[in-house]
Design a protein around this ligand. Sequence first.
Ligand SMILES: Nc1ncnc2c1ncn2[C@@H]1O[C@H](COP(=O)(O)OP(=O)(O)OP(=O)(O)O)[C@@H](O)[C@H]1O
Length: 257
Amino acid sequence: MIEFKDMSLVYPNGHHALKNINLKINDGEFVVVVGMSGAGKSSLIRSINRMVTPTDGELLLDGEDILAFKEKKLRHLRTNVGMVFQNYNLVKRMSVLRNVMAGRLGYTGTFRSMLGLFPQEDLQLAMANLNRVGIGEKAYVRADQLSGGQQQRVSIARVLTQQPKVILADEPVASLDPPTSHRVMKDLKRVSKEDNLTTLVNLHFIDMAMEYADRIIGLRDGEVVFDGPIDQVSEKTFEQIYGRPIKDDDLLGGDEA
Ligand SMILES: Nc1ncnc2c1ncn2[C@@H]1O[C@H](COP(=O)(O)OP(=O)(O)OP(=O)(O)O)[C@@H](O)[C@H]1O
């Protein structure tokens, strides 16, 4: 379980990005975080792997306050909490398989990884995860030869190969066209559920949030203004979160998959 207790984040320039956050995220939940640009979505999810460090309160992962973590515990945290980025963060000139093997870095160590000395079972795990997202046949292709949607699926295979408990996905489909976005979100949701991973995703578009979330957390100006299961969410909820009526631009459309 992830538990935020009166957690706040003030950036060094004095900007109060998160204000008194109180939330409990249960194991295996697929949570979508929504809010206007600048509402604090990235700051919230990046707190969970300490890419940013909250300045007040507590953030408990399975009962341990990760805000107190240093060095070894922080490294362990980042193995337990995997991340998917908008821009995929692949090493472009390396093969797809080598990129997925980077998910084992926390276990194998940098030196052995650099030399490509991976245990056989790690290679099998990486291949199995590539197959789960439908791109096993691209294993030996350079990462930059793949389309954006394929690259994001490689990054999902990489995070699965890390065998985390939690996945954070920061606008994972913001660079993709609508049908590809849906394919990637379907893959992400399916594998998260198969492995019972707790997943927090920042999404821009309301229809995407409604289609994939188990639960929606709405942020406005650094505060949680909505938190509830998907069946309690209506147009009014989004108007409350966004502080204005819903527009066509808030919808992605295009679920042809
Ligand atoms: N390192 C930083 N230093 C100072 N202010 C920051 C920093 N990072 C983010 N902010 C500010 O904190 C607020 C929340 O940013 P955050 O990126 O968490 O929002 P967001 O909801 O993810 O927005 P977007 O969708 O635009 O990424 C914004 O006003 C942003 O300008």
